[in-house]
Ligand binder design. Structure first.
Ligand SMILES: O=C(O)CCC(=O)C(=O)O
Ligand SMILES: [Fe+2]
Length: 356
């Protein structure tokens, strides 16, 4: 990786916007985008949701409830496997396979380990042994260990990718761009599903820095989340953590850092976390752009006086930087117990990445 990395530590404009939101005492209901409506209509709700919250629910998305149920059944069956079988699939630099409980939080270096276990699979694979971060081949349990798991997860990934394409179209329209604007930079996206299991008997305790998932922003472009309707997800609005109430049959969508950067902070990547009391299952689908897509700011989102970095990184460099920076920050926290154990709502989430 080379180039000017100072770009990555530019201050986030979303913090200023979040404060303004608190001052206006805004309505805290996260909007619902109905995908059965026409593009122009749906895009209007997308626009206001992305400007205010960076989060929205998606209704009438066209994905069969039966597939969602089968996905959760498969995910529960996977986590119920003996640990020895799951550990045969332990994640490596390709980010594919099984994250054991207590392995560490990839996203939140401040909190203690997330109280979860997870399984990751990507839609696009390369070759075994590809040393590029986030590249490689998926790690599936054998048919003997868990018949049918791979098929359901692959089907679910394909469906999520279709929903994501529709959302990218709505995002483009919401930004007054041609509907196909984002197609090129998402022709071979870095896209994964992650089945997550928040364990029974491991409740969160925010004061002690203990979370299902610690406060973080997502690194990619957008995330489509299905849950088992057990509450837990909270988002930071102004200086307050706000519960995202489960809405059966709907997905929760949030924007990641890439869209925040492309839109110069107009569309937000919002700090969120999971504070759960009970066992919980969720499956986010994370969509980032093509590995070599540029993270340059959309010209229509640049206002006079904005300082726009000259050398934005590629999507791949960005993902790699985020992972490395948070790993390094975690090491610093392990070495220095006096550092804060969690990110406060309303403070900056992105780790600083030194220019080199
Ligand atoms: O499980 C959830 O509700 C959200 C998980 C999440 O934010 C993440 O994995 O990035
Ligand atoms: Fe997240």
């Amino acid at each position: 990786m080379s180039g000017d990395l100072s770009w990555a530590s530019a201050p986030l404009t979303r913090i200023r916007a979040a404060d303004e939101l608190a001052d206006r005492n805004a309505d805290l209901q996260i909007p619902i985008v109905d995908l059965s409506r026409g593009d122009a209509d749906a895009a209007l709700t997308v626009r206001s949701a992305c400007e205010k919250f960076g989060f929205f629910h998606v209704a009438k998305h066209g994905v069969d409830q039966d597939l969602i149920d089968r996905q959760f059944a498969a995910s529960k069956a996977f986590f119920a496997l003996p640990l020895g079988i799951k550990l045969k699939l332990k994640v490596d630099q390709s980010n594919r396979g099984y994250y054991p409980f207590g392995m560490g939080s990839a996203k939140n270096p401040f909190a203690q380990e997330d109280r979860k276990e997870a399984f990751n699979a990507y839609g696009f694979e390369t070759v075994p042994g590809d040393a590029t971060p986030f590249h490689g081949v998926n790690k599936w349990p054998s048919d003997q260990d868990l018949p049918g798991f791979r098929e359901v997860m692959e089907e679910y990934h394909r469906e999520m990718h279709l929903v994501a394409k529709r959302l990218l179209k709505l995002l483009a329209i919401a930004l007054d761009l041609p509907a196909s604007h984002f197609e090129e930079r998402f022709s071979r996206p870095v896209a994964n599903i992650r089945a997550v299991h928040y364990l029974q008997g491991q409740p969160s305790n925010p004061e002690a820095g203990i979370f299902g998932v610690g406060p973080h922003t997502d690194w990619g472009a957008l995330t489509i989340l299905a849950t088992d309707n057990e509450p837990g997800l909270q988002i930071c609005v102004g200086k307050t953590w706000v519960d995202v109430e489960p809405r059966p049959g709907m997905f929760v969508v949030n924007l990641g850092d890439m869209v925040d950067r492309w839109t110069n902070g107009r569309f937000k990547s919002t700090l969120h976390r999971v504070v759960n009391s009970n066992e919980r299952f969720s499956t986010p689908f994370f969509l980032a752009a093509n590995w070599d897509a540029e993270m340059s700011v959309l010209p229509s989102c640049i206002e006079e006086g904005d300082s726009i970095p000259a050398a934005p990184p590629t999507c791949g460099a960005w993902l790699t930087m985020r992972r490395r920076a948070e790993y390094e920050q975690r090491v610093r926290h392990l070495e220095d117990a006096s550092l804060p154990t969690t990110t406060q709502c309303g403070t900056k989430a992105l780790p600083q990445i030194a220019a080199q």
